[in-house]
Design a binder for this molecule. Structure first.
Ligand SMILES: [Zn+2]
Length: 296
């Protein structure tokens, strides 16, 4: 279902930043290596100001998903992000690996990060992105219970928000069974739109690929959505410690400049995109192309 985008807008683009700093190394990769932690420090000290500059030069405000560990460890950088007018969303306490959490611990960490956002930043986040983009079967229920409006961790669509359903029963022989749709709106993501898997390495594993290959994939994805999916959205994810490296930042700038040459592109925060969603019949979307339904 298309979004009710602002007048004259054709496609919503979120180039959101996940500002993990140290936390991704000890939370997701179980590493307290000083070298790995220094990569997180680079993200804070160098990556954040570079990315803020790139976005400000293009008049882009976006959503930064930030673990509360980062807010406490790199407070001046988070203050700078807020001063630039960006949205802050929840992204865990210490980049905990959510699928391994027991229910009580998952609930405790969600409640703790909400309290810490309120204490440290003076406001409650409207949305959540799971650290490492993974959830448990009860995460969406907990988010709804705690009054989150949106989640941005799942991959069941690509250019349109949706009401996600958990797979309640996995049966290899008789087929799986979905639970009911969540009250929390999913703003879908994809590893293909994330800079980290393509551009990073860990303990010598050769994950790093060419930034040009990523630019080509992102450009093709944008071109497809712009031409064929009016009223849609795309959520890209960049990490200051990754995209802040010179070759990667130049790639991002080339991509943003390509996107910006297209009429009707709307660079938006994830909450702004959420606010364009209606479960009822949407208004007309202006388009010179063949319209809906979206290619699946
Ligand atoms: Zn993260």
């Amino acid at each position: 279902m298309p979004l009710n985008l602002p007048e004259g807008k054709r496609l919503a683009i979120s180039v959101g930043a996940d500002f993990d700093a140290h936390s991704v190394w000890h939370g997701t990769f179980r590493s307290v290596s000083q070298t790995d932690l220094s990569r997180g420090e680079f993200g804070a000290m160098v990556g954040v100001p570079r990315l803020l500059n790139t976005l400000a030069q293009r008049g882009i405000t976006t959503t930064w998903c930030i673990p509360t560990h980062t807010i406490q460890t790199f407070r001046p950088q988070v203050d700078a992000i807020v001063e630039h007018g960006h949205e802050i969303a929840a992204h865990g306490v210490y980049h905990e690996y959510v699928p391994k959490l027991e229910l009580d611990e998952e609930r405790r960490l969600l409640e703790l990060q909400l309290r810490q956002h309120e204490e440290l930043l003076g406001r409650r986040p409207q949305g959540y992105r799971s650290p490492a983009l993974d959830v448990t079967p009860v995460t969406l229920d907990l988010l709804a219970e705690l009054d989150f409006e949106w989640d941005s961790s799942l991959m069941g669509r690509d250019v349109t928000p949706y009401r996600p359903r958990m797979v309640e029963k996995i049966d290899f022989e008789q087929g799986n069974t979905f639970g009911p749709p969540s009250r929390v709106l999913e703003l879908p993501v994809s590893w293909t739109l994330d800079d980290f898997p393509e551009l990073e390495t860990f303990k010598g594993n050769a994950l790093m690929q060419s930034a040009d290959a990523l630019l080509r994939r992102w450009t093709d994805t944008f071109n497809f959505a712009y031409e064929r999916c009016p009223g849609g959205m795309l959520a890209f994810i960049v990490h200051p410690q990754t995209i802040g490296r010179p070759a990667n930042l130049l790639m991002l700038e080339r991509f943003l400049d390509h996107v910006a040459t297209h009429d009707g592109v709307w660079f938006a925060t994830l909450t702004q995109i959420f606010e364009c969603w209606s479960d009822s019949e949407p208004g007309p979307v202006k388009s010179s192309q063949e319209d809906h339904p979206f290619p699946m």
